[in-house]
Design a protein around this ligand. Sequence first.
Ligand SMILES: Nc1nc2c(ncn2[C@@H]2O[C@H](COP(=O)(O)OP(=O)(O)OP(=O)(O)O)[C@@H](O)[C@H]2O)c(=O)[nH]1
Ligand SMILES: [Zn+2]
Length: 289
Amino acid sequence: MEGIIIKGVGGLYTVKVGKEHYVCKVRGKFRYTKVTPMVGDRVSIILEENDEGVIEKIHERTTELIRPVVANVNQALVFFTIKHPDLNHNLLYKFLLLCEYNNLDIVVCFNKMDLVGEEDNSTIIKILRDVGYEVIEVAAKEGVNIDAIRGKIENNISVFCGPSGVGKSTTLNSIANRKLMETGEISDRSKRGKHTTRHSELIEYGNGLIVDTPGFSSLDLSFMDVDEVKECFPDFHIEENCKFSNCNHYKEPGCAVKKAVESGEINKERYEFYIYTLEELINGRKKKW
Ligand SMILES: Nc1nc2c(ncn2[C@@H]2O[C@H](COP(=O)(O)OP(=O)(O)OP(=O)(O)O)[C@@H](O)[C@H]2O)c(=O)[nH]1
Ligand SMILES: [Zn+2]
């Protein structure tokens, strides 16, 4: 049988096969290989007498997140607010960059839209839509557009990410119609010790799975390869070619991306964020946003 690991505790893995769950051990042979099962892994299992499951094979992973540790996540719902907390464009771009780097499909969800007037939201939403990102405007507390998010979750393995206090837990609870996660006022946060070390699980919602811990709690980009960063900006994939095929759109002459920034085809703020990130990597300095 084939299934997916939705939970792993102390060497025992819960494998979901269709609607059934089997608690499985791992064949001894895995001890001699480097691959340890991860939550999210697609696995082949067999049932022994007394219905005990054994994981026989781990299938190749399409993605592998490190924080949280989950395999085969294919989609990130990136949560931000325009107000409360106020939006920091560069922090948002940083989350998007990390998601792109991990080959995740991205849906940007702006929550707490009940606090935002018409005039406040147009800029960033237009920038993102012009890049090609799907944007959903949410008010989780009032249930606004929760169905749109439910629709996104179907048939995917999704991670919720975004800074603290933007309403990820509130949205998750609202999707599931039950309390899966603690929520709280921003000011309470430091006292709570939420999300302390524990193993991630996948929460089932219809045909979809959701990682129960927010993604990318650490936003250190220093591990990134300079040459790969430009690939994480879908807006830089324009028709016109740069003079050099390996152009980093930095100081090279004949750069089509720079030209597109000048003409306004590519958003200047996005490009400036890119250059900032590039210089940060080149200079090897780490800076907190
Ligand atoms: N006005 C308004 N407040 C909301 C909305 N959604 C969530 N909140 C409030 O925002 C605060 C933070 O919500 P959480 O769901 O705990 O935020 P979080 O993103 O899970 O935060 P972390 O767990 O720290 O990552 C809570 O006080 C929520 O009640 C909304 O749609 N509108
Ligand atoms: Zn270029």
